[in-house]
Design a protein around this ligand. Structure first.
Ligand SMILES: *[C@@H]1O[C@H](CO)[C@@H](O)[C@H](O)[C@H]1NC(C)=O
Ligand SMILES: *[C@@H]1O[C@H](CO)[C@@H](O)[C@H](O)[C@H]1NC(C)=O
Ligand SMILES: *[C@@H]1O[C@H](CO)[C@@H](O)[C@H](O)[C@H]1NC(C)=O
Ligand SMILES: *[C@@H]1O[C@H](CO)[C@@H](O)[C@H](O)[C@H]1NC(C)=O
Ligand SMILES: *[C@@H]1O[C@H](CO)[C@@H](O)[C@H](O)[C@H]1NC(C)=O
Ligand SMILES: *[C@@H]1O[C@H](CO)[C@@H](O)[C@H](O)[C@H]1NC(C)=O
Ligand SMILES: *[C@@H]1O[C@H](CO)[C@@H](O)[C@H](O)[C@H]1NC(C)=O
Ligand SMILES: *[C@@H]1O[C@H](CO)[C@@H](O)[C@H](O)[C@H]1NC(C)=O
Length: 602
């Protein structure tokens, strides 16, 4: 507004109004920071020279060392740090620093009710067995393998931030479960008693939920050092409570514990203490972990930060003299934990490019997409033309049904570059099969309903920073303002060699239908807008709304992750006022997509 006002005012006094004042129309709204915020420090209206600062939600998230927080609006309309970098920082979860520290007790008989916020990494598992667990990351929970044994993920129920067993919120959705490969449930020896649970949705951290730090391989278990064990199974004077309980117990020397175990039972039916375990407890007995606590944490602290030393595994009785609690020694499993997490994230990660694009975007013909900003983009070269698509899995491309050409070797798919030359010089992906939606039937180009198709590849693609899938729509996904990317977006009337993108808002269904009626009045025939479609574009038009690629992805961002909202389907002309691009509404087809992928797996 300021800017326009300025033009009018200057026009009236001089000819010299030129782009000087408005060339940098400003940098637009800065990109929001997940788990943090952004504050304008100086300047106004996001104009050139404005300064802003990013902050993470302390004390639960912090910026990595060396991350930049100050960004200035530069002349070319971008927010940049002092190194002229326009990538925004990322907030990293803080681990092992509860807002309320548990207090130690010289001796305790019976556990203590844990004050709210003192063991925020505590997890409750109710199914298949009652047990505990430990939050170790925004998608990860660690527990004992024997708590989960032989059970599929559908039956695992996990809760975080539990205050009281009588009032459980909803269980987290479990994506997958990993038992240590050397754990053998039928041997009952508790060796390698460790498991990881991958949850579907990112866990947000606050006073009540925070991850526990993982140790390094050489973190020390010093005999006599006090640690804390916590759980919902600890009992007080033979009474189970509904509250989280904790107790302070010292690390016990390995030999002392081995002898104590042999003393209780030296027959072959008893588990042996292996080097993958350690013990904690007091020689005189007293409070200890108990049945129902299995999988929960035993924590030690280092410089005010707690780390996951042990996982409650087994023991004899509860808190009896000379009987110690036995824990999985977490330091022995750091490599396995790391490898499991990395492989799983590689397998399941979606919609998280390492390079993000600007959120404000209204440039004719779109803007050249930086390398690795739309890593799901697929370039399909089809007889005499081109179309777009997006990777939604290691072996699957989502595109429009109308852009498929049937026959052998007709679609040539490329990925991994933001330039047509580089794409076509790379090795094309081998296509295994085409799967247009069975409801697509468009002989006269007037019926684009169900304009969606899947392409299956011969070989699974490994993902990296330049090749990555986009997420599928979540339940109740909201259609607001997204990005469309393609090689067909043009600057002038030529095809583009570079991948380009524009940001365009979703238009109300009624507004769009009216604009189509308008065309129909002039041209007599026009396709119908169905509920399986949505429109996007700017009412005033502009080439920025023109998409040359059928099948091009329209993505929306939610919770820091991009998801596939639309597939470019049809439209009239290019960027004329009041005419919008029409996209297939992907959210209506999630079931079909998943079913098709399952039916044609292998
Ligand atoms: C960011 O800018 C503010 C205000 O100019 C300044 O006080 C602060 O030192 C800057 N921080 C960094 C890390 O450069
Ligand atoms: C950043 O860009 C400005 C203007 O283009 C230039 O003057 C400055 O030297 C650059 N700074 C760095 C660290 O590259
Ligand atoms: C259970 O939790 C809800 C919301 O967290 C709260 O409103 C309600 O009062 C709680 N009920 C009991 C019995 O604690
Ligand atoms: C697990 O232990 C049982 C009993 O010792 C044995 O029969 C079985 O082969 C073991 N399974 C694996 C996968 O090693
Ligand atoms: C337990 O049995 C082992 C051999 O099976 C023996 O070496 C050890 O001394 C015994 N320990 C005790 C406390 O009896
Ligand atoms: C695994 O270890 C490598 C090397 O130490 C590290 O860079 C990486 O961040 C770790 N990954 C996870 C998921 O902890
Ligand atoms: C193609 O890729 C190479 C190396 O990655 C790069 O140097 C070159 O600029 C790219 N070509 C185009 C036209 O972008
Ligand atoms: C990503 O993987 C592709 C195919 O495996 C490879 O050609 C490309 O160089 C990789 N890119 C990066 C940035 O690692």
């Amino acid at each position: 507004m300021n800017c326009i006002f300025l033009i009018i005012w200057l026009l009236s006094v001089s000819e010299f109004w030129a782009p000087v004042f408005c060339s940098g129309i400003g940098c637009g709204e800065p990109e929001p920071l997940q788990n943090g915020n952004v504050i304008l420090i100086s300047g106004s209206q996001n104009q050139h020279g404005s300064l802003l600062q990013y902050h993470c939600n302390e004390p639960f998230y912090s910026l990595p060392k060396g991350a930049k927080v100050n960004y200035t609006c530069s002349l070319d309309g971008k927010w940049k740090d002092e190194q002229n970098n326009s990538l925004i920082p990322q907030c990293i979860p803080v681990c092992g620093r509860p807002t309320v520290y548990p207090t130690g007790f010289g001796r305790i008989i019976g556990g203590k009710d844990a004050p709210l916020g003192s063991f925020p990494w505590q997890v409750l598992i109710t199914d298949p067995h009652k047990g505990g667990g430990i939050v170790i990351g925004d998608y990860w929970i660690m527990t004992a393998a024997h708590v989960l044994h032989g059970n599929t993920r559908q039956r695992v129920k996990v809760y975080v931030g539990v205050k009281n067993l009588e009032n459980l919120s909803e269980s987290l959705e479990v994506a997958s479960v990993f038992l240590h490969p050397n754990y053998n449930d039928s041997e009952k020896n508790y060796d390698h008693d460790i498991a990881l649970i991958h949850v579907k949705n990112s866990i947000s951290f606050n006073t009540e939920v925070m991850p526990l730090c993982l140790p390094t391989k050489d973190s020390k278990y010093t005999t006599g050092k006090n640690g804390y064990v916590s759980g919902f199974g600890l009992k007080e004077e033979d009474m189970y409570t509904n509250n989280l309980m904790y107790a302070q117990v010292p690390v016990v020397d390995q030999e002392t514990c081995r002898k104590a175990i042999e003393k209780v039972d030296n027959t072959s039916n008893t588990p042996r203490l292996t080097d993958n375990m350690f013990c904690a407890g007091k020689p005189e007995g007293g409070m200890d972990s108990c049945q129902g606590d299995s999988g929960g944490p035993y924590i030690l602290s280092e410089a005010g930060q707690f780390w996951a030393a042990g996982i409650v595994s087994w023991g004899f009785g509860c808190g009896q003299p000379g009987k110690y609690g036995v824990y999985t020694r977490v330091t022995n499993y750091i490599d396995w934990i790391n490898k499991t997490i990395e492989e799983e994230e590689q397998r399941t990660i979606c919609g998280r490019p390492i390079v993000s694009v600007e959120t404000h975007q209204r440039i004719l013909g779109g803007k050249v997409a930086p390398k690795e900003s739309f890593p799901w983009q697929v370039h399909l070269s089809v007889q005499g033309g081109q179309s777009g698509g997006m990777l939604i899995d290691h072996k699957w491309i989502l595109t429009a049904a109308h852009s498929l050409v049937y026959g052998e070797n007709n679609q040539i798919a490329y990925v991994g570059h933001n330039n047509v030359e580089n794409l076509t010089q790379s090795t094309p992906l081998e296509v295994a099969s085409l799967h247009p939606h069975p409801g697509y039937n468009n002989p006269k180009y007037l019926s684009y309903d169900n304009d969606i198709a899947l392409i299956k590849l011969q070989k699974p693609l490994p993902f990296n920073s330049s090749i990555m899938r986009v997420c599928l729509p979540a339940k109740g996904a909201e259609y607001i303002t997204g990005w469309v990317s393609g090689f067909g977006l043009t600057d002038d009337d030529e095809m583009s060699n570079d991948l380009r993108y524009v940001r365009v808002p979703v238009v109300g269904q009624l507004t769009c239908r009216h604009s189509i009626d308008e065309v129909r009045r002039k041209k007599k025939e026009a396709p119908d807008l169905t509920d399986n479609m949505f429109c996007a574009g700017l009412p005033e038009g502009g080439k920025d709304t023109c998409v040359g690629d059928g099948g091009a992805p329209y993505v929306l961002k939610h919770g820091g992750v991009y998801w596939a909202a639309g597939i470019a389907s049809w439209g009239f002309g290019c960027g004329e006022p009041g005419q919008y691009g029409v996209y297939t509404r992907v959210a209506n087809y999630v079931k079909w997509i998943k079913q098709t992928m399952t039916d044609n797996s292998g």
